[in-house]
Design a protein around this ligand. Sequence first.
Ligand code: PSU
Ligand code: MN
Length: 296
Amino acid sequence: MIRVADEVRETLAAGGPVVALETTIVAHGFPAPDGVEVGLACDAAVRESGAVAATIGVLDGEAVIGLTAGELERFDASARKVGPRDVAACVVQRAVGATTVGGTVTLASAAGISFIATGGLGGVHRGYPFPADVSADLPALASARVCVVSAGVKSLLDVPATAELLETLGVPVIGFGTPTIPLFYTALGGPPVSAQVETVDEAAQVADAHFGLGRGGILLVRPPDESLDDVEPLIAEALDEAAAEGVHGQRVTPFVLARLHERSQGRTLRANRALAVANARLAGAIAVAAARNLND
Ligand code: PSU
Ligand code: MN
């Protein structure tokens, strides 16, 4: 049920660098047609770093590792949001399935890909345990041999609680040139990382050493270049609206991101695009360094 694109399969077989990209950010993270444009920009950024990009999603009865640009066009808001639990049914029912970080981790690790780039990781939702909503990104990352590169944890969540849970799950949070976990739109003010690295090579070495322990995944965090320091009131307002409109479960994150994009006159949209592309570029560079170390 998994189809790996030729370029991806050949690169993996040669021990070359591959970075997986998710499709929930394409279908549900941005309004159409911006999502596809962001997905293509992330793909290009991975390639500029010298790695092969493998965008992942479910299409026509297959979990595809390495969607073409034409195939990516089919990922709009009508796509299912596919976490780890949703892959099998989506494949069998031949639905278009946009994979979350958790869904992407599941499929990338099955295909032998070690690096994934995204915007922000999911996590513990504010107000836990009412609702008891914890992103499936966390357990998926805890049990797979992958490094996810993100701008930290999306700040519409409870970031300190998410950091505590990542520690409990044994997931290192490695700060790329930062001592604290970035807050997605905002660079500073988050809880501490578990370790800080300064170079791409050091990041690749830490990933390799951690994988060598036979443990699960790693979160590598990169602060956004442009930090929006005034979005918290908009986040609180959007979360209140989600609750008032009865939006819960998988629909919360897309609902809140869309409200923020509207209410900030597109500032969160531009910041989100920029950080996703920068994360893809960094993941590509780390994958290249890791492949070089492996082949030395
Ligand atoms: N990063 C972004 N935009 C997004 C996401 C990440 O910049 O839309 C997506 C990822 O796919 C992540 C998901 O896995 O949000 C988290 O959703 P939830 O909180 O429902 O698990
Ligand atoms: Mn959830």
